[in-house]
Design a protein around this ligand. Structure first.
Ligand SMILES: [Zn+2]
Length: 540
């Protein structure tokens, strides 16, 4: 009896801890490179859909072209309910398929495809796509209307997955090399998607807008935006030559947009300086008004920040500098370099997108308003850091880490800039990342190694500390006669970095590790340069 009771208790405990880390079949199918994904490499999509605003339904197809890396006969395609597949064809024959979990399908070829073969399947689908609950964070289709009652529709799906509205290989590690997007809408409306508008077909009561993306694109970057848009444009003379800038806004906001969007060339000036050429010249750059805050859709950045500076009119840093720019123009466009050019393979490494892009806000200020402004801004954003969970999430499950990936990520990068103490080199690393990982999907390890190798710093423990723990290094310091003594606590093994102290007006550099060390100084009080994201602690 006693034994049975013990057994019952431990089963309850087991169940409880298993729920903590509950992994479902759906998580695995969505978040990992399953065997049914691994054997083929995406090359091209043609998404072709009709959007019906009245019934809030879509219908169409996606052509999926790929090259086989191994022989295979079963392939995974993702599409989330309530959307449903009508049929899947290969060489004009219908293929069999079976549902796997909630959102995945295994498509079966009659005979195995040999290794090294180019093939394509077409997935026909239809239905009422998931409506966005809180776009862009909890996305799907936003079905809104403008002030005149005209439909105003947009998609957003980061994290949730593009399979919320179109059938695809819904994992970030693999990208097509190019894509076509054809969207049919009522003839009084316009669709703006990614890339360049190549053709508009008139079909009576509807129009079809054909967009071509000439570069690799990740799934969540693909978007449709439908409204009674007006258009204006300009050409920016950038590092790679003339860059076409197109702006699409609701008719009623044209004048406000013409004023606010003058920040686009300013953004390009700053980011091309720090990060190198805009990564998608062939596709142009667009700002597209949408009925939600905004998203980094590739070459088609969506905008809903009320045509005013700040983040919905607020300064996220509290320093005042956050009101000097339109947060959505600067932040979402910063993602063209870190998210669209350099893309995470697994959302667990989302800091590669958000850490660098939150940091880009500071670099924008640096370029136009000076380093003091940039420093004040990024330091100001520390108040948003929670240190609740590590920045890096859980791999193979489509699970992102803490929201600290934004401002802790930014302050971590800002701290590396201080440690390096060589802005020309720092800039060459940021540009080098965008050149050497051009149009690639990456892991955090690749980024960590690149920054370490090119800075000449051993950053192993440093990255471990900031990305994989919730502890901020505590820098203890004290005076002993004319000696400044210092050490770190609450750090991982081997955490040692150069730190800048101020003794009076004089900067004093010291390499600080976990053991007490000292430097002779002229003075008996010191402060730690506040650009270093550490917790200073004066001890007796
Ligand atoms: Zn972002």
């Amino acid at each position: 009896m006693k034994n049975l009771f013990t057994l019952a208790i431990s089963l309850v405990t087991l169940t409880a801890s298993a729920q903590d880390v509950a992994i479902t079949e759906d998580d695995f199918l969505r978040g990992s490179i399953t065997p049914e994904r691994a054997w083929w490499d995406l090359t091209y999509y043609h998404l072709d859909i009709t959007v019906n605003p009245e019934t809030k339904t879509i219908k169409g197809s996606n052509l999926i072209r790929f090259k086989t890396l191994e022989e295979g006969s079963m392939l995974q395609v993702d599409l989330q309910p309530p959307l449903y597949i009508e049929k899947i064809t290969y060489q004009d024959q219908e293929l069999a398929y079976k549902k796997k979990g909630t959102n995945a399908f295994h498509v079966l070829f009659d005979a195995p495809l040999p290794k090294g073969e180019e093939a394509e399947i077409k997935v026909y689908y239809a239905g009422k796509p998931r409506a966005a609950r809180r776009a862009p964070w909890d996305g799907g289709f936003s079905w809104k209307t403008d002030s005149k009652g005209q439909p105003f529709i947009a998609t957003s799906c980061q994290g949730l997955g593009a399979s919320a509205w179109w059938p695809c290989k819904d994992h970030m590690y693999d990208e097509v090399s190019s894509m076509d997007i054809s969207v049919t809408v009522p003839s009084n409306l316009m669709d703006v998607s990614n890339g360049t508008l190549t053709k508009v077909e008139e079909n009576g009561t509807t129009k079809t807008y054909h967009w071509h993306v000439d570069n690799p694109i990740n799934n969540y970057g693909v978007n449709v935006n439908i409204g009674d848009y007006v258009h204006f444009d300009e050409v920016y003379q950038g590092e790679k030559g003339p860059l076409q800038l197109d702006y699409y806004v609701l008719r009623e906001n044209l004048e406000k947009a013409k004023k606010q969007f003058t920040q686009t060339p300013m953004m390009l000036k700053a980011f091309e300086h720090w990060f190198g050429p805009y990564p998608f010249y062939e596709d142009g750059f667009k700002l597209v008004e949408v009925p939600y805050l905004g998203m980094e859709h590739q070459s088609s950045v969506t905008y809903g920040n009320n045509f005013e500076n700040g983040y919905l009119g607020r300064d996220l840093s509290g320093s005042g500098w956050g009101m000097k720019f339109d947060f959505i123009i600067i932040h979402e466009a910063g993602h063209e370099w870190f998210a669209n050019n350099i893309t995470y393979k697994d959302i667990a490494d989302m800091w590669v997108h958000e850490g660098f892009t939150a940091y880009s806000e500071s670099l924008y200020l640096d370029y136009h308003f000076g380093t003091e402004a940039a420093n004040a801004y990024v330091i100001g954003t520390r108040k948003n850091i929670k240190n609740d969970a590590p920045i890096i999430g859980r791999y193979n499950l489509n699970k992102e880490g803490s929201g600290d990936m934004y401002y802790k990520g930014a302050n971590m990068l800002h701290t590396i800039r201080q440690i390096l103490n060589d802005d020309a080199k720092w800039r060459s690393i940021l540009r080098g990342l965008n050149k050497d990982f051009y149009h690639q999907t990456v892991t955090t390890q690749q980024i960590e190694k690149y920054v370490a190798d090119h800075s000449g710093l051993d950053l192993t423990a440093f990255f471990e500390q900031y990305l994989r723990t919730t502890d901020i290094p505590v820098l203890e310091y004290k005076f002993n006669g004319k000696k400044l003594e210092y050490r770190f606590t609450k750090v991982v093994d081997g955490f040692t970095i150069p730190v800048k102290f101020w003794v009076g007006d004089a900067p004093v550099w010291a390499t600080v590790g976990t053991a007490w060390q000292s430097t002779k100084v002229k003075g008996d009080s010191a402060t730690i340069d506040e650009n270093f994201y550490v917790t200073p602690k004066m001890v007796k």
